[in-house]
Each structure stands twice: as structure tokens, then as C-alpha cells.
Design a protein around this ligand. Structure first.
Ligand SMILES: [Zn+2]
Ligand SMILES: [Zn+2]
Length: 133
């Protein structure tokens, strides 16, 4: 388990610090993740209470789908956060936005049936959304 990460968007307008225990990284091959990121996503998660976001010029935007909200910087387009409507305690953080060493390990993947045909699945355990916290 890793304790504490920090990250930011490409232009630096949005930054964050997560100070608590982070979830191991999970890859998601679902259609929405692929659209949002341009490939499949990889994310960790933080307890909401341990996550501090700084965005003084207000570029952090949320795109709402039927069951979740997707956080991105509307200045540079970086994918940052994923917030399922039914999880009020934790926020997912897209791993590519983490600055420096993560101390984390990618150990699972989900929605494998939706993956693109131009790459192979990862050699890690396949789980379902319900297995994640
Ligand atoms: Zn940005
Ligand atoms: Zn997904």
C-alpha cells in the first residue's frame, strides 16, 4: 500500500494531493474510459476526505454520465478524476496525472469485453466494478 501522492493536469491549472492510503491501480477497458482518455484508463483511488484539489482559475470541469462524473481540466483537456454517483466516500484518480513516483502497482483490469481490437489485455486479474472501492 502506498501513502500519499500528488498530481496535476498537463497545463498545471489543476493540482491535487492525496494524503491517505491509495488503492492499487486498476485498468478499465470500458467504452467510456476509452473515449475519455483516448485509450484504456488506469486509476487509483483516494478517500474523499484525504484528497485536496487546488484549482485557483476554475478550470476543473465535470462531465456527467448516467451513473458517474468525469473530472478534467477544460484548459488542457487532461483526464483527472472519476466519481461514481453511488460512491460518496472515494474518488478515483487517473494514474497518468500523478507526478513523480506513485509507489503503486497495476494489479487488476475490468470491462475486458469492451477493449479495442488494436491491443492485448494486460496480464493481471480481471475483476468487476463491484470489487473496487
Ligand atoms: Zn490543465
Ligand atoms: Zn471504465
Amino acid at each position: 500500500m502506498s501513502e500519499g501522492i500528488q498530481g496535476s493536469c498537463m497545463c498545471g491549472s489543476v493540482s491535487y494531493v492525496a494524503s491517505g492510503e491509495m488503492r492499487p491501480i486498476c485498468a478499465c477497458h470500458c467504452t467510456q474510459c476509452r473515449k475519455f482518455s483516448g485509450h484504456f484508463t488506469t486509476s487509483t483511488s483516494s478517500a474523499k476526505k484525504d484528497l485536496t484539489v487546488s484549482n485557483t482559475n476554475g478550470t476543473l470541469s465535470w462531465y456527467k454520465t448516467d451513473s458517474a462524473s468525469w473530472g478534467f481540466c477544460n484548459r488542457c483537456g487532461s483526464s483527472l478524476f472519476f466519481q461514481p454517483d453511488d460512491n460518496t466516500k472515494r474518488t478515483s484518480i487517473f494514474a497518468g496525472s500523478i507526478d513523480g513516483k506513485t509507489g503503486l502497482n497495476l494489479d487488476s483490469q475490468m470491462y475486458c469485453e469492451s477493449k479495442g481490437d488494436y491491443y492485448e489485455l494486460l496480464d493481471v486479474e480481471t475483476i468487476s466494478m463491484d470489487d473496487l472501492d
